[in-house]
Design a protein around this ligand. Structure first.
Ligand SMILES: [Zn+2]
Length: 973
């Protein structure tokens, strides 16, 4: 009968809620564990991808609870920012794509959609939707601490945070370039763009080439190459304009006009002209005064900076390939009045020497990568490669004037500085990962923002503190640590406020609203007091700076602070208490995309505001979820909202499926086939549990056999692996131990005891083993599939919730190596016998096993012992063995036997050696004798066991002499 997941899950969710078992309050008798996961933006329902991050955090919380911690796992909702505003705007414009997404993917009822003209209504709708999903999937959240980031009390908390940052001089104001949406009139960050891309800004140098009284400002990231310019590139198909830029006359692409205006340049367009009109013209180099020809090139993008490009074919692959192209088709240039002769004269000018390259590195790389034309996408890679080598290893050559001999890295800065100083160049900010599209659909630009407020993550002393915090943190997986170090070094001033959107006003300049990556960095602290704010109906104006200073920093006298704020002193002290109990934050979970922003900001801001003892302790980062091998996206229509997926597969199977197939950083590949097979597997587990519970033993005090002891020893091993894996949140490995590997052993155990199950004397012991396995398994799986585990726990007649019982302990004392080695022997003898039967195709009537003689064991163990410290050499080893008089008497036999085993022993893995040495010789005869009936049943033949030197031995084919320790000789009749 299939399991009714929905019924079981809802039953236990109600029971948990009723018993309030996930509500955590300070308990001085218990160690605490405070775990949070990035609070969600309520602008869409959560899907399976979110499900992975939040489920992992929940599994972690549940695991720590079972490890005896008082676990606080709270949740809130991040309303801050502009995404819902952008949605409202698009809905007003009747955006079909968005409406389709809401109706068909997110399943928003038409009724609710009507309210979405109000951005707040969108946030509230998805807030409730997400919360319902989190409850339905069984997250062990303390919901008493829920809040939104636009609650007035939370606004007070963020104001306090910003005042603290300003006091510490980490807030600055000034003009800086920011990514900008022209339509919204707002700076944009990762969360405001389609596809969540962070706008990346670079500073180009514009080198001004004289053209008949106008400047052609060529945009470059490599000003030092100006000495190698052979020609200029313009795109004949592009519209250029003559324009007055501040006090100069420039010729630039039409597209660059608006961009320069955003960079605070005064630009007046005089007339427009096509690229064609300019080609064939001559300009003058600002460094050599030489005449340079303007040539046509398709790769010139009018949207990139000024749309004017200088050509340095020796060191720029794009230029090299374009010049080659022009040379091949010089006749086509006649329409521009360019002669074959003029083209023939153009030769790359080498100005940088790089070890291991010819004078023309661009040509080398173009050849290596077999690039054929100027629209080849590998040109990007080629450009980066040349740049990397030249920047790190290149030196300027003698044709570069005063820069000769300088490393390229240094020359780059000096050339730029000098050109700017002499009025021959200026700079222009530009996005280098274009196009970056705002969520509203508009393409973003760079804007120099006046009087913008910044958090100065560039401050060197602050960076040092962030590094210190990181070095004391656990990062899971550890391989991400260098990435965090890199981000800490790389971060600089970050715009922290906007003119629009939901959120908290900047306390000293209320025209500004604090943006979403800046109001979400220390809110974990706020969870600890939220419960009291709610219970005592504390008003925003009671949450004064002094109140926060007392609660979070222990500053001030509680009686005075409380009186001043109109708060009950006891309540104030409770808040301080609760914060002190739960802080610092023990674990922070999030998806990988937040490493370069949120997670690193969290580290920075904690070090700026809190003393070192309250800095966060751990970060856990997980990869994303693929759907049937593909990235989830709206356009592919493969986004399944979490609540839909729960309906389809059940909460437990879904939790299991998103965690069971991949470790932390890997992408998890989800599919309905996977979810269904997981569900089937879990249903089998459930049925096993129910059968085990129903089997009652009538006889007590069953004695455990070797096989029983083996099974229980294996159980310890699996508990050990699962525990070690969970400690590192290697959940896939933990699941593998607790369910699959354990089950493999269990299947063998079932086979071994098949005959004995009905023997009354054995029944009791076997039931005991079953119960012990089930008990451990239910506990180990409870964090992952809590509902079904609660159900089984109840059926087992256990008291209380499995969610709160202790995680099983691995008892080292119950490891039984002798039993494990004995069972290994049984299994390998069975396998060997079956292989012989298969190879010889005989139907066995009688099977004879001959176990090795005691002297062979003596030689075997001595050899094993010796091989622990060194590789055994036969001749030396023989000499040593011959010092033993008993062995000396049979020298020839010993030599033959030793030769047989020596290679195998030399190659044996260390752990196997150490196990065999611990057992000090297995009693093979007895082990096989006791297993006789099992063999007879499995092999359907008479089985006899002899010792090799037994004079009564039935050995017609003289097989017994082949017996070796752990490898009895076999003779089948
Ligand atoms: Zn926009």
């Amino acid at each position: 009968m299939p399991v009714d997941w929905e019924k079981i899950e809802e039953k236990w969710q109600k029971a948990w809620e009723k018993a309030r078992i996930f509500e955590a309050d300070p308990d001085p008798k218990k160690p605490k564990y405070f775990i949070t996961v990035a609070y969600p933006y309520p602008n869409s329902p959560q899907h399976i991808g979110h499900g992975r991050t939040y489920t992992l955090a929940d599994v972690h919380a549940r695991y720590m609870r079972m490890r005896g911690y008082n676990v606080l796992f709270p949740m809130a909702f991040h309303y801050t920012g502009t995404p819902v505003l952008a949605m409202t705007k698009r809905l007003k414009e009747k955006d079909k794509e968005l409406i389709d997404t809401f109706v068909h993917i997110y399943k928003v009822p038409r009724e609710a959609l009507k309210n979405f003209v109000d951005p707040l209504k969108i946030a509230q709708y998805f807030h409730q939707e997400i919360k319902a999903g989190m409850k339905r999937i069984g997250y062990s959240i303390d919901w008493r601490r829920e809040f939104t980031t636009i609650d007035p009390q939370y606004n007070r908390f963020i104001e306090w945070q910003f005042k603290k940052l300003r006091e510490a001089r980490f807030i600055s104001q000034g003009s800086h370039p920011v990514g900008w949406c022209p339509s919204d009139g707002n700076p944009v960050g990762q969360h405001d763009t389609q596809g969540d891309v962070e706008p990346e800004i670079e500073e180009f140098t514009l080198i001004k080439f004289d053209y008949d009284g106008y400047f052609l400002p060529a945009a470059t990231l490599r000003p030092e190459t100006v000495f190698g310019v052979t020609n200029m590139w313009l795109n004949p198909e592009v519209e250029y304009v003559k324009a007055r830029v501040d006090n100069e006359q420039w010729i630039i692409s039409k597209e660059s006009v608006e961009k320069l205006r955003y960079l605070n340049r005064k630009v007046e367009v005089v007339e427009s002209l096509s690229g064609k009109e300019l080609i064939g013209g001559k300009i003058k180099s600002p460094v050599s005064n030489e005449e340079i020809l303007i040539l046509p090139a398709d790769f010139v993008d009018p949207k990139n900076a000024t749309g004017v490009v200088m050509s340095v074919p020796a060191h720029a692959p794009y230029d090299y390939i374009a010049l080659e192209g022009v040379k091949k088709e010089a006749s086509k240039l006649e329409e521009y009045g360019i002669t074959q002769e003029a083209i023939d004269k153009l030769k790359p000018i080498s100005i940088i020497a790089v070890p291991k390259y010819s004078p023309y590195p661009a040509a080398d790389v173009v050849k290596d990568m077999n690039i054929q034309n100027q629209l080849d996408p590998s040109l990007e890679k080629a450009t980066r490669e040349v740049y990397r080598h030249e920047f790190h290893n290149g030196r300027m050559k003698e044709n570069t004037g005063e820069y000769v001999g300088l490393p390229v890295a240094e020359a780059k800065e000096r050339v730029k500085e000098n050109l700017i100083k002499t009025g021959k160049a200026e700079t222009m900010y530009e996005l280098i990962n274009k196009p970056v599209i705002c969520r509203c659909g508009t393409e973003c630009v760079v804007k120099i923002f006046q009087d913008q407020w910044f958090i100065n993550y560039g401050d060197p002393e602050w960076k040092a503190m962030a590094h210190k915090c990181l070095s004391n943190m656990e990062i899971l997986p550890e391989e991400l640590r260098p990435e965090f170090n890199y981000v800490i070094d790389w971060l600089h001033e970050k715009a922290c406020a906007r003119k629009a959107g939901l959120g908290t006003k900047l306390p000293w300049d209320p025209e500004w609203i604090i943006e979403s990556l800046s109001d979400s960095v220390i809110y974990m602290a706020y969870y600890t007091i939220m419960k009291h704010i709610h219970n005592h109906n504390i008003q925003p104006d009671q949450l004064t700076d002094a109140v926060f200073n007392y609660i979070f920093l222990g500053v001030g006298q509680p009686n005075e602070v409380a009186k001043e704020a109109g708060l009950n002193q006891k309540v104030l002290e409770q808040m301080r208490n609760e914060f002190s109990y739960f802080y610092p934050l023990d674990s922070r979970h999030s998806g990988r995309d937040l490493v370069s922003n949120h997670l690193t900001f969290m580290i920075f801001i904690h070090t700026a505001i809190f003393p070192e003892t309250l800095w966060p302790c751990q970060i856990v980062v997980n990869g994303s979820v693929l759907m049937e091998g593909q990235k989830m996206s709206k356009s592919l229509g493969n986004i399944i909202p979490l609540r839909e997926a729960i309906k389809m597969f059940g909460a437990d199977p879904l939790r299991f499926a998103v965690l069971a197939t991949s470790e932390l950083l890997q992408d998890a590949d989800f599919s309905s086939t996977l979810a269904r097979s997981v569900r089937d597997r879990l249903e089998r587990f459930y049925r096993f549990a129910i059968e085990t519970v129903q089997a009652q033993a009538n006889v007590k005090d069953g004695k455990l056999t070797l096989t029983d002891r083996w099974m229980l020893s294996r159980l310890q091993e699996h508990i050990k692996t699962a525990t070690e894996s969970m400690d590192k949140l290697m959940v896939r490995k933990a699941i593998h131990s607790a369910l699959y590997a354990l089950d493999q052993d269990f299947q063998w155990y079932l086979r071994r005891i098949a005959e004995e199950k009905e023997v009354p004397k054995r029944k009791s012991a076997i039931t005991e083993v079953f119960n012990e396995i089930l008990d451990a398994q239910v506990r180990m799986l409870a964090p992952i599939i809590p509902h079904i585990c609660e159900e089984i726990w109840g059926k087992m007649g256990k008291k209380g919730f499995v969610s709160l019982v202790e995680w099983p302990k691995c008892e080292e004392a119950r490891f039984d190596i002798a039993a494990e080695e004995g069972e290994t022997l049984v299994r390998s003898v069975l396998d060997d016998t079956l292989n012989i039967i298969k190879a010889t195709k005989i139907t066995p009537k009688r099977i004879n096993y001959y176990v090795a003689a005691p002297w062979k064991w003596k030689v075997y163990l001595k050899s094993l012992e010796k091989s622990v410290s060194e590789r055994i050499v036969l001749s030396d080893h023989m000499k040593e063995l011959m010092t033993n008089p008993d062995l000396k008497k049979m020298a020839e036999k010993v030599a033959r036997f030793t030769r047989q085993i020596i290679d195998e022993i030399n190659q044996m893995p260390d752990d196997k050696k150490s196990r065999q040495l611990q057992v000090k010789g297995l009693n093979e005869y007895q082990t096989l004798k006791e297993t006789k009936s099992f063999f007879e049943k499995e092999l359907n033949a008479e089985v006899h066991v002899y010792s090799e030197e037994d004079p009564q031995c039935h050995d017609p084919k003289k097989k017994s002499a082949l017996a070796r320790p752990y490898r009895p000789a076999i003779y089948i009749e």
